[in-house]
Design a protein around this ligand. Structure first.
Ligand SMILES: Nc1nc2c(ncn2[C@@H]2O[C@H](COP(=O)(O)OP(=O)(O)OP(=O)(O)O)[C@@H](O)[C@H]2O)c(=O)[nH]1
Ligand SMILES: [Mg+2]
Length: 334
């Protein structure tokens, strides 16, 4: 692979140099801007790998994924040349910089760039175009019973307390079910929240008890189930969570709670680990501590809707419904 840097007064000129020197297969690795000059770092694969008889099919898949990525970026470059729109070019450059700064996976970043570039007509702001791209994910379904799961310490219990407090303010009857039997003090913590918020609290130490609690939760309008945190490598804990989800039944909502501080690789691993629980929504927490672009980009790729963003510890104020423009801020706030 040959890597080269090109500097020019405009993005279009720099990209022209890239294409002229490295050819149409060049991939943009990074763009920076300083003192009125744009610097583009680009690479080209010098020797396209030939198909080897008996090669690992996984290698073939990887090669075609990289080829697809190169094609996407090449289309993007062509598109920018065709439009020659300075505002759009700047917007895409800003988005590219933010995606690189947040370490978003290359394939996801290229897809986000391409879809957003398609929305960038002359005069459209990049945050508006990006919100349009992110807004294509399906909406989180409304469920009167919802389970919350995710990595340890990412904010499940605090988020449940926020949702419970918001529902109580709206005059709804809330029942909290504690299924976290691992952490010392987890049950007492939920009890305290229940007392402070005027919500009934129940405990379920296994899937059978959870099934019973959900069948007989008084007359609550909203039932929120707290579970123990599990990391991507904790197979036994993940299997227990899956059993709880199954006991809750198909009508129960399933929210993955993930911190905005999760990096791209951890976000991909976490999502893979919890995919067996089929989350139908995600809440991104701790957005006051990190932009959260890698998590938002991963969820967009998986087509799991983000229902809320939490940006602080205050109950219930630091929890807002996620909108496409709020999510675009997460991505661009690098
Ligand atoms: N800064 C910040 N802190 C948060 C946010 N949400 C939760 N926290 C804090 O993160 C810590 C862990 O929150 P918990 O709600 O206990 O997390 P959990 O996922 O239930 O943790 P486990 O049950 O141990 O897996 C607490 O100190 C919370 O106050 C947030 O949006 N921003
Ligand atoms: Mg907890």
């Amino acid at each position: 692979m040959k890597v080269k840097r090109f500097t020019a007064p405009t993005m279009a000129e720099a990209l022209k140099q890239v294409k002229g020197t490295l050819g149409p297969d060049a991939v943009i690795l990074e763009t920076t801007e300083a003192a009125g000059q744009v610097t583009v770092t680009a690479a080209v694969d010098l020797e396209p790998p030939a198909a080897t008889p008996g090669a690992d099919p996984a290698d073939g898949a990887l090669v075609s994924e990289v080829r697809e990525l190169m094609g996407i970026v090449r289309d993007l470059i062509d598109e920018q040349w065709r439009r020659q729109a300075p505002a759009g070019g700047q917007g895409i450059r800003r988005l590219h910089r933010a995606l690189v700064a947040q370490g978003v996976d290359g394939v996801i970043a290229a897809a986000l760039l391409r879809e957003t570039a398609e929305r960038l007509e002359r005069g459209t702001r990049v945050d508006t175009a990006l919100a349009g791209t992110l807004g294509t994910a399906p909406a989180a379904p409304a469920s009167s019973v919802r389970l919350f799961f995710g990595p340890p310490g990412d904010g499940k219990t605090t988020t449940i307390a926020k949702l419970a407090a918001q529902a109580r303010r709206a005059g709804r009857r809330v029942c909290l079910v504690g299924a976290d039997t691992y952490r010392i003090g987890a049950a007492a913590e939920l009890e305290r929240y229940g007392q402070a918020l005027g919500a009934e609290v129940r405990r379920a130490k296994d899937p059978v008890e959870l099934g019973n609690a959900l069948r007989d939760h008084g007359h609550a309008d909203l039932v929120l189930v707290d579970t123990a945190g599990a990391g991507p490598a904790q197979q036994a804990e993940l299997a227990e969570l899956k059993a709880l989800v199954e006991a809750a039944g198909a009508a129960a909502g399933r929210t993955l709670v993930m911190s905005a501080a999760t990096g791209a690789l951890a976000a991909a691993n976490t999502f893979r680990a919890f995919a067996a629980l089929a989350p139908d929504a995600c809440i991104v927490t701790k957005a006051d501590t990190a932009p959260g672009g890698a998590v938002v980009a991963q969820l967009w790729r998986e087509r799991v809707p983000v229902s809320h963003v939490a940006a602080g510890r205050r109950i219930p104020d630091d929890l807002e419904a996620a909108t496409p423009s709020r999510l675009a801020r997460c991505v661009l706030a690098a």
